[in-house]
Design a protein around this ligand. Sequence first.
Ligand SMILES: [Zn+2]
Length: 364
Amino acid sequence: MKNILLKKVSELENEGIELMKNLIRINAVGPKNNGPGENEKAKFLKEYLQNLGIEEIKEYPAPDASVAGGARPNLVALIPGQNRDQKLWLISHMDIVPEGDRSKWATDPFEPVIRDGKIYGRGSEDNHQGLVSSLLTVKAFLASGIMPHYTIGLAFVSDEETGSTFGLEYLVNNHPDIFAKEDIVIIPDAGSKDGGMIEIAEKSIMWVKIKTIGKQVHASLPDLGINAFRAASHLVVELENLRHLYNTRDDVFDPPQSTFEPTKKEANVPNINTLPGEDVFYLDCRRSAGGDCWSLGGRRPDRRRDRGPIPGCPRWRPPPGRWDRGCPSPRAWPLRPSSTRRTPGSSAWWGTGSARRARSGRPP
Ligand SMILES: [Zn+2]
């Protein structure tokens, strides 16, 4: 049976390539990443499933006002097996990572290019390979007339790249009858070239928005203001200390240590001759080891709640009577682990629950 199925899959090579190319052409970046969402891709996939002759296809739209149509799609299809009670799930996400700066691409990210035996295009690996391999698996069973041992469940979900709130998390919370405890789940996302790697855990993810507040003035008179962009730049460098503070290694992960990377930077002032009074950047953090919740919100370890010094800023002077111990070394105050659970009102926390653990530890 295995050989029959493998032969069938290899016969479907060209169909797989065409399917991959069609998926690449549909932009399914989620709305949190300023994309149109997954509705068009879901429509395409539903038609594909219908053309395979699959009768049991259900839609579970998750309400989301930020996309056209007001909902994020989730598709579930069942292919009957000999065992109707236990399902083998293949779960793939439909959304993709934003293409980033298009000028950095050698080709159009949404126009597939085949070169050296590879297909280039946004989402080809993450997660079209999962969608295509799931569909070809099902097609191989159907075309060869072999009834699988387990009932195969295909779940094509939204929103994996930004937290799964409108995807898998929505299905689990609002339609608990879909998945059963005894079901087997395979998530064909990531992996290795030879298919020999099975991922069993992912890092918890935390995204932190950091705003520095200074005082806006004309750039010709910097002494009258406080440059929020410069403060943010110093802070970005200081945040490198986080990897020393959180230095536990766990070889189950790749890389084994936690990572803390400044990524997105918002525009501050529109013109060159104004000193920015406000600056915003973001930190992408991924925790490798378990243990207590980490909190970056609420307080600095030295309990000084007032505006702190700008490390290395020659113009900073301690306010009289308050910073009378002088400017502490910047090394003295970077953020540290805290046993504090999420501080109300803070925008940053590590999740410890299994739902959060399921968030991607690989690049959204
Ligand atoms: Zn993925």
